[in-house]
Design a protein. Sequence first.
Length: 165
Amino acid sequence: MTDAGMTDAGMTDAFSLTPIATVRGGRGDPVDDHWEGVEATIELDPSLPADSLLGLDGFSHLDVVYVFDRVDTASIVTGARHPRGNTAWPRVGIFAQRAKARPNRLGVSTCRIVSVGHRTIRVAGLDAVDGTPVLDIKPHMVEMGPRSEVREPEWARELMEHYWR
């Protein structure tokens, strides 16, 4: 082990994470498109105090980190592929796309807060399905987003064209 926590093979140590919440409602199946109108509830784990949500109602949006827990580990991609299997789009590495079959099966989504309850957050536009484990939630702050012009390839714009509508 080196001083930086890296092994001789170059990979860092494994981490163990415990979900802090669970997605309830919304979709039951991970369909790729049309997420904008989908509403779901993020239910806080009983081990956490209800006041951990205090002040969250002052924000309009939430960044949610969750696990694609239904992805079969045998389908995980670590190299390059055509996004969604579409050969009209270029072959790109897994870290140049937001596919769910990625090495750590982590998803990140910014969604709209509809309401904040005692131990729940009602959200719209969260692209996670019913029962999804939530690893972290953070209020979305404009200052934490891009501070310069955003650039993306044309294939990504095509892929996302119907994702939210």
